[in-house]
Design a protein around this ligand. Structure first.
Ligand SMILES: NC(=O)c1ccc[n+]([C@@H]2O[C@H](COP(=O)([O-])OP(=O)(O)OC[C@H]3O[C@@H](n4cnc5c(N)ncnc54)[C@H](OP(=O)(O)O)[C@@H]3O)[C@@H](O)[C@H]2O)c1
Length: 434
């Protein structure tokens, strides 16, 4: 067979994902050639430590000690960056590779979130690919789908579960009735959470993924607009138990919408009906819902991380390059982005769940209800349960009210000396929007 093209590949980063991609490229070469019509040579491999024990065949023959120099080599056509991080070596390699007219494939959501707009411009100017399918949703082919299959649509709403670690933790708390910190320790031990899971827990990981998806869907470039971001650190099994009483489930949702030319971006725990589709996404799974015209609603679901799913996305990007397809990095011209205003989140309108841990003494409930009514927050349900002889939990479900009013209420109640712990507030997602 005559090949359409020949490509030399440099793979930088051979950790968890990089080693899996390495094995795929070595073992499935004939298959990929038959699928794309092009030949490739995995010419160089680089990582930090040559002496590290890795069970990768022929790795030493391909080893190149300075990964930065690979971005300048004439005999490299494609760089696959699997180091990670928005700064340091990964940033330098990707910038110089694109400037030197090399195609870049990366799984690095932090880099795309922070520098995606600049990188897309360079890739566009140099007519090379910048592909990042694996940066959001692991193996879910959502990026290519937005850029290509949904091109005819005016997308106005994206929401879903974009972090497998937090979804796993919430699912385990519900199954085992253990508290947050115990489940987190177990998740780290089993490898379901990173040793330092801060960015997963505080919502920052989801923020970067939602920014990328929104930038593609709304044709706005990657957004650094004001975000409402809240993680799951304050959620405990008590909240999950109460949620069950109300036939609700807690999920860390990423939500972005365009309303009257304003973008509303948020990541926070949400209470959703237990029989809704998203409530059934358990464990390390992700789900992404996109709404637009003319398609209506489309749902993507699958494992959001891990070797298998991430390798699938990296290889999918590679086959696009091997087929000699050159595409705009964001699926539209980065020099012609749409401009939006930012929605003021104080004007968000929702029902709220509040859990208060209070000293159990006479008059507490009436002080709380007075503060709520003076802030224009009306109560739909209220439950008081004793915790021990002098402490109680008070759980309140409000009617729909403004975010600024609920924040004012929480601020006022928190200053009272009968409040023993930080008040837990969870927004209740409007059923019609699920
Ligand atoms: N893990 C997942 O499930 C997943 C899912 C989606 C996306 N991603 C993304 O995929 C990328 C890689 O993740 P990973 O889990 O494979 O990370 P990892 O296991 O920590 O691997 C990182 C690799 O980068 C190399 N490296 C680190 N610093 C370097 C330096 N200064 N110079 C050269 N090489 C350096 C390491 O070298 P040594 O091997 O010598 O230490 C290692 O091979 C990240 O952007 C991540 O966000 C990961």
């Amino acid at each position: 067979m005559k090949y359409y093209n020949n490509f030399n590949i440099a793979l930088v980063g051979i950790g968890n994902i990089g080693s899996s991609v390495y094995n795929y490229l070595v073992q499935k070469k004939n298959y990929l050639i038959s699928q794309t019509g092009s030949n490739y040579n995995l010419k160089y491999v680089s990582a930090k430590n040559l002496k590290k024990r890795r069970h990768l065949k022929n790795i030493k023959k391909k080893w190149f000690s300075n990964p930065l120099k690979l971005a300048h080599k004439d005999d490299v056509d494609i760089i696959i960056e699997l180091i990670g991080g928005s700064e340091g070596i990964a940033k330098k390699i990707v910038f110089s590779a694109l400037r030197n007219k090399k195609h870049v494939i990366t799984a690095n959501k932090e880099l795309i979130f922070k520098y995606g707009n600049e990188l897309a411009k360079i890739a566009q100017e140099n007519k090379v690919n910048l592909l990042f399918e694996a940066s959001v949703g692991g193996g879910i082919p959502v990026i290519k789908s937005i850029k290509e299959s949904l091109i005819s649509n005016n997308i106005f709403h994206i929401y879903g579960i974009l972090n497998g670690t937090t979804n796993f933790i919430l699912t385990e708390i519900e199954k085992t009735k253990k508290n947050f910190s115990t489940i987190l320790t177990e998740a780290i031990k089993k490898g379901y959470a990173e040793p330092n899971p801060t960015k997963d827990l505080n919502g920052e990981d989801v923020k970067s993924k939602l920014s990328i998806l929104s930038g593609l869907c709304f044709k706005s470039g990657i957004l650094s607009n004001k975000f409402e971001v809240q993680g799951i650190q304050n959620i405990d099994y008590l909240d999950i138990e109460y949620a069950k009483e109300f036939k609700l489930k807690i999920k860390l949702l990423a939500i972005s919408e365009v309303i009257n030319n304003k973008i509303k971006l948020r990541v926070h725990p949400s209470l959703i009906p237990e029989n809704s589709d998203l409530a059934k996404i358990d464990g390390a799974n992700n789900a992404i819902v996109i709404e637009g015209q003319p398609i209506g609603k489309i749902v993507y679901q699958g494992l959001g991380a891990g070797k298998g799913p991430t390798t699938s996305s990296v290889i999918s990007d590679l086959t696009s390059v091997l087929k000699s397809e050159i595409s705009l990095p964001f699926g539209y011209d980065i020099n012609k982005v749409k401009k939006y205003k930012t929605f003021d989140f104080n004007n968000h309108h929702s029902k709220y769940y509040l859990r208060l841990t209070v000293r159990d003494k006479a008059g507490v409930l009436s002080i709380i209800t007075n503060i709520l009514s003076s802030s224009n927050v009306s109560i739909q349900r209220i439950i008081q349960n004793p915790i021990n002889f002098n402490q109680a939990s008070i759980v309140i479900i409000t009617h729909k009210c403004m975010e600024k009013n609920i924040k004012r209420t929480i601020h006022k109640i928190s200053s009272k000396n009968f409040i023993l712990k930080k008040i837990v507030m969870i927004r209740i997602r409007d059923e019609k929007k699920l």
